[in-house]
Design a protein around this ligand. Structure first.
Ligand code: ZN
Length: 242
């Protein structure tokens, strides 16, 4: 009789163990949604980088029509960054390669501006890149405001790493080596930008300079200046991926 009770308990314990194990596995899946696990897995197996030149088409961004528009500078630097990354063997996806806005590529019911951003988000998430970089130009009421600023999403550890790598690279390869400026440094900032918040991959937004600063406005049109910024951003991406 005692033996029977013993073996019954062992059987019950086995059942309990199986139920417990199943519960733990279930909890793990609930805590780490499969799409996150999938995106990490896929990232390791590709060599895609997405470049997102801000604005385009009807949306000129900062600047004025009789002067120069942000959308054009963003695309010119983005195209140079693409060439630089392709030389390194990356597959490069651009959110736009022409002077267009992207609202027609989004199905959500929202403003034109938000649909444009939603389309960019989809391009980034669908391509599962190792990293992505949005390129913009800055503007300020103060014409003395200048410099390159790099943004990442506050809660993104990978975004922060990417922003820091790009920042270090621009400080060394652009400000110090090319501009011969010992005192100029990039600024790293966090911001709740849609494109950084709504994407599942490491990203940074680079404001390459102020169009409202007369000196930077002149320099940002310069082909060589644009190449040097693109090269420094590329080296920052490479540093991040090492
Ligand atoms: Zn912009």
């Amino acid at each position: 009789m005692a033996e029977k009770i013993k073996s019954y308990w062992i059987k019950l314990n086995k059942k309990l163990l199986i139920i417990l194990a199943a519960a733990i596995i279930l909890l793990l899946f609930m805590k780490f949604p499969t799409y996150k696990a999938l995106s990490i897995f896929n990232s390791i197996n590709n060599n895609i980088v997405v470049i997102d030149p801000g604005h385009g088409g009807i949306d000129g961004g900062a600047g004025s029509r009789n002067d120069i528009l942000e959308k054009d500078i963003n695309l010119q630097i983005g195209a140079k960054l693409k060439k630089e990354l392709m030389v390194e063997g990356f597959e490069v996806i651009m959110t736009r390669e022409e002077d267009i806005s992207l609202e027609n590529f989004s199905n959500i019911k929202a403003s034109r501006y938000r649909r444009d951003l939603d389309a960019r988000k989809s391009i980034i998430n669908n391509n599962k890149p190792l990293a992505f970089v949005s390129i913009h130009c800055n503007a300020s009421k103060k014409t003395t405001a200048r410099g390159i600023k790099i943004y990442y999403y506050p809660e993104s550890i990978e975004g922060e790493k990417l922003a820091e790598s790009i920042s270090q690279s621009i400080d060394e390869n652009f400000y110090k080596s090319y501009m011969k400026e010992e005192n100029l440094r990039t600024e790293i900032l966090t911001e709740d930008f849609f494109i950084l918040r709504e994407t599942d991959y490491p990203g940074a937004l680079v404001e390459v300079g102020f169009l409202t600063n007369p000196e930077e406005n002149r320099l940002l049109r310069d082909d060589d200046y644009q190449w040097q910024i693109a090269r420094a951003i590329k080296k920052g991406i490479l540093r991040y991926l090492q």
